[in-house]
Design a protein around this ligand. Structure first.
Ligand code: SAM
Length: 280
């Protein structure tokens, strides 16, 4: 892909010598994967888009809302493979907009929740490029509804924490473990599958019972979604046994146990000593 060719020559000046206005950027959250979970506003923006920069987690079914002749640029980032570094993505967006092109920036889930949409919006604001933001359902919301884990069921939780299990390169897992291990709280960790043993170890070391119900939700809302439940202590072994891979969420808290009442095929979460349960 020759990205330079996409950037048209600098905006031409009008008769008074003023540069034409830059293009606009629409930052759109594509939701967790199921295209039926797109917002109406997102669908309208997709249908109108002429140029789209999209990420790895945007499902092919979501892209079907695009016009067939819309230009598509894949700028996806997988945990170990970056097609374009984030700084280059931002630079490309700025250059395209400065050259007068309007574009739609499409991200999985919600762009402002672990999506680096905030960094992109900051850069656009700093450059004086007009932009709008269309929210999307974040993966935790999609997963909760899809697998039957009501994240703030009041019998079990009075707070909900969305946290990342993967910090910036080289910084390690420098988390506020005491805060995450508070009682009567649901914790949903994004990007944590590769650090799962350390996450479970730290939560237990900071006070959560090893018997705390926990779940892994892989590819939530997609046709091959999987939900694996167990106790916090047994979750790393379950992840290995079932070869859980990103994208997946880790959910920790009493609310996970409610699933057994909402999903007829789901087994109760049992103590660590008992056989583990996995539900596809
Ligand atoms: C870079 S973050 C993007 C989050 C996104 N902005 C959102 O609001 O959902 C990527 C992580 O989100 C989670 N994720 C995104 N989509 C998912 C899905 N369909 N099922 C499970 N986890 C998902 C995974 O933890 C994945 O590693």
């Amino acid at each position: 892909m020759n990205l330079v060719n996409l950037i048209t020559p600098a905006r031409t000046a009008d008769a008074d010598g003023c540069a034409a206005p830059p293009g606009t950027v629409t930052l759109v959250g594509a939701g967790p994967g199921d295209p039926d979970l797109l917002t109406v506003k997102a669908v309208k923006a997709l249908q109108a888009a002429r140029l789209v920069l999209y990420d790895h987690l945007v499902s092919p079914a979501v892209l079907e809302h695009l016009s067939p002749d819309a230009e598509r640029i894949y700028v996806g980032k997988e945990s170990s493979r970056h097609t374009l570094p984030q700084a280059s993505i931002i630079e490309l967006m700025v250059q395209l907009a400065r050259s007068g092109r309007s574009l739609l920036r499409l991200k999985g889930g919600d762009g402002y929740i672990f999506g680096r949409g905030g960094e992109e919006a900051q850069a656009l604001a700093a450059e004086g490029i007009p932009f709008t933001v269309v929210p999307g359902l974040t993966a935790a919301q999609g997963a909760a509804a899809s697998v039957g884990i009501p994240l703030t069921h009041r019998d079990h939780a009075c707070s909900l924490v969305l946290a990342t299990g993967h910090l910036r390169d080289g910084q390690g897992l420098d988390m506020d473990w005491a805060m995450l291990a508070r009682p009567r709280q649901t914790v949903v960790l994004y990007m944590g599958v590769n650090n799962l043993p350390e996450i479970c170890r730290q939560l237990i070391a900071h006070g959560l019972s090893p018997q705390t119900p926990a779940a892994l939700v892989e590819k939530a809302t997609l046709p091959d979604e999987r939900c694996i439940t167990g106790t916090l202590a047994e979750l790393p072994a379950l992840a290995l046994r079932h070869q859980v891979r990103p994208p997946a969420l880790i959910m920790v808290g009493g609310v996970v146990s409610v699933r057994a009442q909402l999903v007829p095929s789901a087994p109760p979460v049992t103590a660590a000593a008992a056989p583990v349960h996995a539900v596809a």
